[in-house]
Design a protein around this ligand. Structure first.
Ligand SMILES: CC(C)(COP(=O)(O)OP(=O)(O)OC[C@H]1O[C@@H](n2cnc3c(N)ncnc32)[C@H](O)[C@@H]1OP(=O)(O)O)[C@@H](O)C(=O)NCCC(=O)NCCS
Length: 174
């Protein structure tokens, strides 16, 4: 079941984000060390600023994703912080989480969703490609000192992908 985190859920966000950063450090721009140092106030502020969705199962948070405003394109949003716990992978949890960010973006009238994914992150690239994200040709790296880790930019045009994502989300959430 997917749940949107709300004010007061800062401890939950901290716990799942730290687990994600420990599990997959090369998938994220933030580091475990800098995130461990954040205060409760900062985690609460992140929840206020960014729509945050978690996959809850058996009383535990086993997946997360967030949306964010694009820094230069008013018609776009970002999909960030995607992570599914190893014990919950391979059964569509990520599909359902992406669907929530797509719904959030559509609700804001955004025309496209953008993300950056590690060049060598085959599971994530397969996931995003299957859901309708396409590589833009844009590339970048993680922040220093990890600039050797290259990322590729992918975009989903929301107007064109309405039917397929909705269907996959329902399947994934089933
Ligand atoms: C990428 C990630 C979110 C996918 O989550 P998921 O719920 O397993 O997604 P899916 O079930 O759609 O599987 C996606 C791909 O993972 C791979 N996969 C499938 N089962 C798997 C398993 N049990 N364990 C690991 N990977 C598996 C497959 O390649 C699959 O693609 P396919 O179905 O087209 O063959 C998850 O692997 C993850 O959290 N990875 C670490 C963090 C990360 O890379 N985040 C993305 C940052 S851009």
């Amino acid at each position: 079941m997917i749940e949107r985190l709300r004010r007061g859920d800062g401890a939950r966000l901290r716990a799942i984000r730290l687990r994600a950063l420990a599990d997959a450090p090369e998938a994220f721009g933030s580091t475990l060390a800098e995130s461990e140092a954040r205060s409760v106030v900062e985690w609460e502020a992140q929840i206020e600023a960014l729509p945050t969705f978690v996959w809850r199962e058996g009383g535990a948070d086993l997946g997360m994703v967030r949306g964010a405003p694009h820094d230069s394109d008013l018609d776009a949003g970002y999909l960030i912080s995607m992570w599914v716990a190893p014990e919950a992978r391979g059964r569509g949890v990520a599909d359902a989480l992406v669907g929530e960010v797509v719904a959030w973006a559509r609700g804001r009238g955004l025309r496209r969703l953008v993300l950056d994914v590690g060049e060598h992150n085959v599971p994530a690239r397969r996931l995003y490609g299957r859901l309708g994200f396409v590589a833009t040709g844009g590339t970048g790296t993680l922040p220093g000192p990890r600039t050797h880790l290259r990322e590729v930019e992918m975009v989903m045009e929301l107007a064109e992908s309405r039917g397929s994502v909705t269907a996959r989300t329902v399947d994934g959430a089933g």
